[in-house]
Design a protein. Sequence first.
Length: 323
Amino acid sequence: MHRLAFIVYPGFELLDTSGPISVFTGANRALGVSGKPPFYAIDLISAAGGPVTSSSGVAVHTQSLEERSREAVDTLLVAGAESEHLLPVLADSVWAAWVPDLARKARRFGSVCSGAIILARLGLLDGHRVATHWDACTPLAATFPAVTVDPDALYVVDGRLWTSAGVTTGIDMALAMVAQDLSADIAGAVAKRLVLYARRPGYQSQFSPLLQAQVKADSPFADLIAWILANLGSPLEVPRLAERAGLSERTFHRKFVAATGQTPARFVETARLDAARMLLCRGLSLKSVAVEVGLSPATRFCEAFERRFGIAPRLFREMHAEF
């Protein structure tokens, strides 16, 4: 069996482990339905072993790092946590004594969410490209300059190293692991069983354009942005947006950039192309997608898509559509 080990510690984020574990046990269930034996065996490990309480107050039973190091691990993953729970871990010498050796022996290793900070402190991320929670991207890059932080990806695969962004993206990464280990069909069956909207690929941003803008924008622009996303197929030139916001064009442009970090035109194109990727994954024709997202004719849509993502939309659809 493929042995998976999740490293936890007091105050860890429960969903960082329970989400991926549900994916891997779901894969075992899908195999059982077709008469095949389970593929994954799952362990939880901690510095001293025994019960470990998560930030939500739920405790899990664990093996100690020393005990678990006697057996090989196929996949080793470190859970994330808020900074106040990470600091004691970073200061504990027992991690340096056991985790690097476990990681070196594993077929693959990595982290969920801010667990990347622990791996970075242990020197396991140097020279690699990684993902982590959006709130940890800047401090991780500043503290560990030998690590290349990708602030946009849901998860990143760099050789044996797998790292995911914030919390629920551990589920996306786990599904990608199942697809690699078993098949895309099994991963799809698990996603359906978990009632997931879609299997999100690693290239997708942690933030949808709406969420990213809402985090930065004042509430008047949040309302406008919600309207934009509901009307992507309509003309969305600056004069119309400025009028809807009740501002002059010059004032609207200046305030929108200050609030969201993007020009109105860039934001609209990003929203349209983000929606286009989801539609292409559903197998829609290029002409239909172009109309849906307001980038007609199809030649205009193809040029914008390839300029932004470096791949033709037709090829993207062939790679990712779930027909």
